[in-house]
Design a protein around this ligand. Structure first.
Ligand code: CA
Length: 230
């Protein structure tokens, strides 16, 4: 089995250390973030398999972080909190957390529950038709064949154009900043500038005749607005 990547977002370093120690011993690759903002940044950069997320963080609340993560990524989240009320628990689950563990916790129990969620998640992913082509308006985008066709004729795209198109069409109506797109498509340490995104978007619009589907969100970035018919 491949190495599992775990991200721990917890401002209390001793607790983060205990968790990191326990999961590393179990063969996980572990990263820690001590604020909500750095947790979000690390989740974006490293795409962990699961996030252990503390409820009370110094900058953002764990609930907000959870919401932001589940809106953007398909990553399971386990919330950690001081022994709390039932209301907290409900809220945690409503924000999209997959499980909820109260502190003080038993390390072995946390590991067992994390493993159970990962197994559940693997099964769900295996059942999802990952290879099914994405259809939108006159476009058919096949990730399996790494190809795009417009009205049935193949259009030749560069690898980055293709990745950008695929990413945008997989997240319809979601607005991404240029920085987010750079980070996602070109990688975290890409040292080009935001113009790179603009240039690729312009080329996609031209090649695929989708200027009204790849929408500029003024002052923010871009989104993909799918169309059923032209
Ligand atoms: Ca805390």
């Amino acid at each position: 089995m491949r190495e599992r990547r775990l991200l721990i977002v917890e401002d209390e370093k001793p607790i983060a250390d205990i968790l990191a120690y326990g999961f590393k011993k179990e063969g996980f690759s572990v990263r820690c973030a001590y604020t909500g903002a750095s947790g979000l940044a690390q989740a974006e950069a490293e795409r962990p398999d699961l996030v252990l997320l503390d409820w009370m963080l110094p900058d953002l609340s764990g609930v907000d972080v959870c919401r932001m993560l589940t809106e953007t990524y398909n990553i399971p989240i386990v919330m950690l909190t001081a022994r709390g009320s039932v209301d907290d628990k409900l809220l945690g689950l409503e924000t999209g957390a997959d499980d909820y563990i109260t502190k003080p916790f038993d390390l072995r129990e946390v590991i067992v529950r994390v493993r159970a969620i990962l197994r559940r998640f693997d099964r769900a992913e295996a059942q999802a038709p990952e290879d099914a082509p994405v259809r939108s308006g006159r476009l058919v985008i096949s990730e399996k064949e790494w190809s795009v066709s417009l009205d049935g004729s193949r259009v030749s795209l560069t690898p980055k154009e293709f990745e950008l198109l695929l990413f945008m069409t997989k997240h319809p109506r979601q607005v991404f900043s240029r920085d987010q797109l750079l980070c996602r498509i070109w990688g975290y340490d890409f040292d080009g500038d935001n113009r790179t995104v603009d240039i690729h978007v312009q080329r996609l619009r031209k090649k695929l005749k989708i200027s009204d589907a790849l929408v500029t969100v003024f002052g923010v970035g871009y989104k993909y607005e799918p169309r059923d018919e032209d």
